[in-house]
Ligand binder design. Sequence first.
Ligand code: NAD
Ligand code: IPM
Ligand code: MN
Length: 349
Amino acid sequence: MNFEIALYPGDGIGPDVLEQAVRVMHRIGERHSLTFQTKRLDWGYEYWKQHGTVVPDGFLDEIRDVDSILLGAVGWPDAIPDHVTLSPLVQIRQAFDQFACVRPANLFPGLTSVLSGRTAEDIDFVVIRENSEGEYIDNGGRFKQGTPDEVAVQTAVHTRKGVERILRFAFETARKRRNKLTMATKSNAQKYSYVMWDDILDELKSEYPEVEAERMHCDAAVMNLVRWPDRFDVIVASNLFGDLLTDLGGILGGGLGLAPSSNENPTKEFPSMFEPVHGSAPDIAGQGIANPVAAILSLAMMFEHLDCPKAAEDVRQAVAAALAAGAKTPDLGGKLTTAEMGDAVLAHL
Ligand code: NAD
Ligand code: IPM
Ligand code: MN
């Protein structure tokens, strides 16, 4: 089988971690008779220095027909405001209807969590983040900017279609796992949008009788994830809450350097995108020490989506074996460089 994969390395540590994921991709290809045509998109800060924009006009058309997009990370806040550099990322998610953002958080055996005493058995949950609407809709404005009378309006949009489809996706994910679903909202404070989420959850429950579905306010969910991570299986949340919960998930699962993510268009009408949860990490960029595991595990999620589950499993097992053998970059307390960590994973393939 042949796939066309768009590579969007981005900024900071993005190109470094993506390079290791691409090495793993080609090795997996040899093992599973898969071939990959890659299309490299040198967009971001470097592109902006030459052209004054971070992506070309019509950039979506350049990736509309690929099978998948692999992204490193974007953002170079010292030079360009984040909402400019990051806008293409959010546009890709929305234009290609990548409505399901799946972010597993699990602690690999042999690693230590920031939560003392917690092991791999305690930390194994997945956040399903609504990825196409909610608080990330580009809708609002600033008025009388810079004056004492300034007003900023930014509206969130929650549609019945959008909420229902992400809740169904979450119920179905729970069915494949431990049949437990927690919906994190703030329906005690936001009485229109999140009360609609509550209503739709209640309507769907009878279709998934085997799933124990509970509501939790997002503030309480944050606290409970710290004190009782073992009680969570699948968490579903809006776009913004899902974003916040998954940085927490990343650190509980051993660190952001390990946390993968998908942006899935489940109907496969458009390409899906796979990327680490983490950003461009300017604090360690250029040092060659970023952990590439989050990017490599995002590649595993891509294989899953492309219906190559054995390839996905091989990648996950190679990562688990490398970590169990003690391979660690500095974020995990080790000394390996990004490329050496890539070597350690490849050694198990
Ligand atoms: P960040 O995720 O880049 O970094 C947070 C912390 O985690 C830093 O201390 C960093 O060194 C560490 N870290 C992250 N990834 C790591 C890795 N692979 N290995 C080792 N350590 C790692 O978040 P930030 O500092 O808030 O944001 C930096 C930039 O990235 C900003 O421009 C932000 O807007 C952007 N951002 C982009 C994405 C994305 O591309 N999907 C996601 C989040 C943030
Ligand atoms: C993420 C990031 C993005 C988000 C930013 C870069 C727009 O934080 O993927 O988690 O908020 O979705
Ligand atoms: Mn985030």
